[in-house]
Design a protein around this ligand. Structure first.
Ligand code: FES
Length: 77
């Protein structure tokens, strides 16, 4: 089981295409590094249109993935 960070990654993103890790195995979280190969999971592709601060989910439990929705605070998480 990969290590989990408690809480989201707060990042000031620049415009461009981002691939956020959805398998929890990336060594460069929250970004995909290809470690999902063979897991059946795929990164979340997002187009960032302008510089903005984002809260990227690190627990893979958000209903609004790749964005944090606070699910990391749910009991048992
Ligand atoms: S880090 Fe907040 S819902 Fe996953």
């Amino acid at each position: 089981m990969p290590m989990e960070k408690k809480g989201p990654y707060i990042i000031t993103e620049q415009p461009g295409t981002k691939y956020y890790c959805a398998c929890g195995m990336s060594k460069t979280p929250p970004y995909c590094d290809g470690s999902h190969k063979g897991t059946g999971k795929h990164p979340s592709r997002v187009e960032i249109l302008e510089e903005k601060e984002v809260a990227v989910c690190s627990c893979c439990r958000s209903a609004d993935f790749p964005w944090c929705d606070g699910s990391h605070n749910a009991p048992g998480n």
